[in-house]
Design a protein around this ligand. Structure first.
Ligand SMILES: Nc1nc2c(c(=O)[nH]1)N[C@H]1C(S)=C(S)[C@@H](COP(=O)(O)O)O[C@H]1N2
Ligand SMILES: [Mo]
Length: 397
C-alpha cells in the first residue's frame, strides 16, 4: 500500500519529526481553505542544539484581538535557559528586612487568594533598529517580517503584596530584590565581573501595587518553562525585564540593590560613563499600525480600515489619532473596547483614500497622564524603549 508520503498527500513539514523552522510561512494553498486551521500566523523562533525552541518573536502584525496565544508570546532571557525545577522541588524564599522570613512551597503559594491581570508586555529592546533608521544609518525595519518583542497575556497568580504582608514589612522594607535561578555573565560585563543570578530590585511602591503578582499561569494554563515556570514575577506597566522569571528568592532590602541589569543595561543615558543614568521602569506611550501592514506599498482608492494597537505603561489610552499626510493634520481614531489599564487597546480609523497619489500614514497615542507619543525617539546609548511615531509611505492608485 502506498504511504501518504508517496502519494504526496502529506507535505514533509507536517511529519511528526519535521523541524519546526522548516514550516513555510505561507502555505501554497490549493482549493478552498476557508475555516481550516491556518499556518499563516507563525512566530520567528530560535532553536537550541536539541531542537527545542528557546526564543520566540511575536507576529504582532498578523494577529487579531488582544491576547497573544502563549505559543506566539515572545520570550527573552539573557543567559542560557536554566534547568527545569519541578513544582514539588521548588520553593520561594522571602527574607531580608521582613518580620518573619518565609519559605513557601508551590502548594503554599497557591493557598493565597489569587488574582488575574491582563497586560501588554514589551521588551526594552523592541523596535531598537528604528533608532538607526531614524538616524539614517539603517534600513527601515519591518515589524511584519521580523516579528516583535511585544505581546499581551492574561497572567494568574497571587499579589506580591499578599506574600510580603504575610512576611511582614517594616520601615526598612524599601526594595524587593527578585532573583531567578538562571545564572550567567553578560557578554558586555566589565572584566572581573562574576557570574550572577538574573535579578532586579523593585521599589516597594510598585511591589505593593495589587496588579504586581507572582504568576503561576498564563492564558489559563500553568506557566511554560520558557516563561519562567513554576512562578515568575509580573510587573505590569514596566518594561519586560522587571518581570523576573524562574523566581526563587525575594530579598527585602532597605536600599536599592546593585543589580547588573539596572545601570549597566536597562538605563537611559548618552554614554555608559554618564553620571545622570536613569533607570528604565515605566514603558512609553506608543501606537503601531497593523493594517495596512508595514510592507504595504500600494493601496487602492476607496475605503480602508487603518487599524493598530496603542498602549502605555503609565495609564489607559485616552486618544489615538491618525494622519495620512505625514503628520500635517490628524483625525481621531475610534478606540475599540475594552480599554483596560495595563492592556493595549485596538483602534481603527476609516480612511476614504480618494485621489491617486502619495500618502504617509501615521498614528499617535495619548495616555491618561497626558503623555503624547513623540515624533522623535528618545535616543539613548543602549537603544532602549523606542516608542516614536513611524510614518508609512503608501501610493494610492
Ligand atoms: N530570570 C530571568 N527573568 C527575566 C529575564 C531573564 O533574562 N532572566 N529577562 C527579562 C526580559 S528582558 C523580558 S523582556 C521578559 C520576557 O518575558 P517572557 O520571556 O515571558 O516574554 O522576561 C524578563 N525576565
Ligand atoms: Mo527585555
Amino acid at each position: 500500500m502506498a504511504t501518504a508520503k508517496e502519494e504526496g498527500a502529506v507535505p514533509d513539514f507536517l511529519r511528526m519529526d519535521a523541524d519546526v523552522d522548516s514550516i513555510p510561512a505561507k502555505l501554497d494553498r490549493k482549493g478552498d481553505w476557508y475555516g481550516w486551521p491556518s499556518t499563516d500566523v507563525k512566530p520567528v523562533t530560535l532553536l537550541d542544539d536539541l531542537g527545542r525552541t528557546v526564543r520566540i518573536r511575536t507576529p504582532v502584525m498578523d494577529l487579531e484581538g488582544l491576547i497573544t496565544p502563549t505559543n506566539l508570546h515572545y520570550t527573552v532571557q539573557h543567559f542560557d535557559v536554566p534547568d527545569i525545577v519541578p513544582t514539588d522541588k521548588w520553593s520561594l524564599t522571602i527574607n531580608g528586612e521582613v518580620k518573619t522570613p518565609l519559605n513557601l512551597s508551590f502548594d503554599e503559594l497557591r493557598r493565597f487568594p489569587g488574582r488575574s491581570v491582563r497586560t501588554v508586555m514589551e521588551c526594552s529592546g523592541s523596535d531598537a533598529t528604528f533608532f538607526e533608521y531614524f538616524q539614517g544609518k539603517g534600513p527601515k525595519p519591518s515589524r511584519t517580517q521580523e516579528c516583535m518583542i511585544l505581546s499581551a497575556s492574561e497572567w494568574t497568580g497571587v499579589p506580591l503584596a499578599t506574600v510580603l504582608n504575610e512576611a511582614g514589612l517594616t520601615d526598612k522594607s524599601l526594595f524587593i530584590r527578585a532573583e531567578g535561578w538562571d545564572h550567567g555573565l553578560p557578554a558586555t560585563a566589565a572584566e572581573g565581573t562574576q557570574p550572577f543570578f538574573y535579578d532586579k530590585g523593585l521599589a516597594v511602591h510598585k511591589a505593593l501595587h495589587p496588579d504586581t503578582i507572582l504568576a503561576w499561569a498564563q492564558n489559563s494554563q500553568l506557566l511554560e518553562h520558557l516563561h519562567g515556570a513554576p512562578v515568575r514575577l509580573l510587573v505590569p506597566g514596566w518594561s519586560g525585564n522587571w518581570s523576573v522569571k524562574w523566581l526563587r528568592r525575594l530579598e527585602v532590602m532597605d536600599h536599592m540593590p546593585d543589580c547588573w541589569y539596572h545601570y549597566q543595561f536597562y538605563y537611559y543615558a548618552d554614554s555608559p560613563d554618564a553620571s545622570d543614568k536613569e533607570l528604565i521602569t515605566t514603558i512609553g506611550v506608543k501606537s503601531i499600525i497593523t493594517n495596512p501592514n508595514d510592507d504595504t506599498e500600494r493601496m487602492s482608492a476607496g475605503p480602508h480600515m487603518i487599524r493598530g494597537y496603542a498602549w502605555s505603561g503609565a495609564g489607559t489610552i485616552t486618544q489615538v489619532e491618525v494622519s495620512v499626510n505625514g503628520g500635517e493634520t490628524w483625525a481621531a481614531a475610534h478606540i475599540e473596547p475594552p480599554n483596560d489599564r495595563f492592556m493595549w487597546v485596538r483602534w481603527s480609523y476609516r480612511w476614504e483614500a480618494g485621489k491617486a497619489g502619495d500618502y504617509t500614514i501615521m498614528s499617535r497615542a495619548t495616555d491618561e497622564v497626558g503623555r503624547i507619543q513623540s515624533r522623535e525617539p528618545r535616543y539613548n546609548n543602549m537603544r532602549k524603549n523606542f516608542s516614536a511615531i513611524v510614518g508609512y509611505p503608501v501610493k494610492v492608485k
